[in-house]
Design a protein around this ligand. Sequence first.
Ligand code: MV4
Length: 518
Amino acid sequence: MGFSSVLIANRGEIAVRIIRACREEGLRSVAVCSEADKTAPHVLLADETVLLGPAQSSESYLVIEKLLGAARSTGAEAIHPGYGFLSESSAFARAVDDAGLAFVGPPVSAMEAMGDKPTARARMHAAGVPVISGSEPVASSEEALAAAGEIGFPVLLKAVAGGGGKGMHLARGAREVGPALKRARGEAATAFGDDRVYLEKFLEDPRHIEVQVLSDASRSVHLWERECSVQRRHQKLIEEAPAATIHPEVRTAMGEVAVRAAEAVGYRGAGTIEFLAEGCESSSGRFYFLEMNTRIQVEHTVTEMITGVDLVREQLRIARGLPLLGGQEPPRPRGHAVECRISAEDPANGFLPSTGVVTAVEIPTGPGVRWDGGIRRGTEVGLHYDPLLGKLIVHGEDRPAALARMLRALEELRIEGVATTAPFHLAVLREPDFRANQISIRYLEMHPDLVDPGRAALEEAALAAAGLLELDRRPGGGVATRGRRSDPTGSTDSRDPCGAASSTGSRRLSPWVMAGHQ
Ligand code: MV4
């Protein structure tokens, strides 16, 4: 309950974001850092910092005892976990509780209920939340086959302890069930130390839409939805709020269902209900509960931009036992917001992590532009942590205005010393299907030139040499290309059933080539 100082168990842009909210709320902030982060922005902004240990997160940011010790030695009374690291560890939340500190997050019981997928599905079903048809955990291939027979092919085999796509395998027919089960089990055992697997009907081409919820001691509200379909290997790259093409009746229903989901597990704080949505441009569309993220998310900013609600401030207030700000009704959404994740990865090189010293940073400003960053000139980007450098967020009166503003802001952004994903974002923002909001979780699979401009350029050169370029330029133009995979490294990523499918047919010229980004 009541506290006046917060230890931020994280680094990078989210630690900066939380420290800023603490300052505005009149709370003292205690940062933690590793040897690699002694001069990082979050350290410079906090009131106090504790050095945890070596750069490896397994010896610093992930060591529960070191974090509790840092809170003890500085008199911090609460711990905010941010996202990633220990944010979804119920063991960490329990240890924080047991140390007599406030955990800025949900109750342990809610984290546990949502962490076990069949439990979460059963609780959601009982609460009237639509779930994808599926099975209980299966003990053998015979059981899996019987379950698949009831559900109907194609089916996905998913880890009970899963989430984020690990331990997930597709079976399109009976012959594939045995092998998929075996792979899913092996991966689940390695990733989660729990080899239990269950089945779900596989949705072929849905959108990924999620609803932000906030729950205090007496009520839950939703803050509308985010569209997060532009993903690569289960990493979101671009997020928007609201989902621009969703039917108004579906939007209302989705918000109400999300509130029901949060209340069914006794939720407190900020959380996100993830849905897979099909056909929701029309009132007869369907959406299904996928999982709940029991933390603040990277993309919380787009919700803040359209609602005016400071989600981290609300998290801190709820953890102090204070009521949500604002009335009973969810705030009406205003305009449209887009976020581009700017990571130290080279989109011209298979999104290979890029390391080095940031030698120059110029951040766009002007109307409707926000930067949530964790770097400055001199920041050394290594391989120890997530490559996210910062997030560029814009707000505009509608989606076209927001996209124009994002293009403008990306053109102003300058980060030197490491390669970043900014050129990828520029290419997506110029791509016609994205502009028309014709997107799904298979968007990048359907636009391989966006993630593999090197190969697109090579093929273009080959086509030009063969005198085929003009033919290919025509809409729907005539050159059958070989099947492409979403995985630009060419490695076999068997964990990605959606990415493993191949697409053939006509292709467009690389927008990178047209935009002069080679
Ligand atoms: C699915 C699915 C299709 N059908 N479940 C991916 C991560 C994990 N949260 C669940 N995931 C999926 N579950 C059924 N029954 C497709 C995915 C999926 C996906 C979901 C959201 C966003 C991007 C995705 C990319 C590939 C697969």
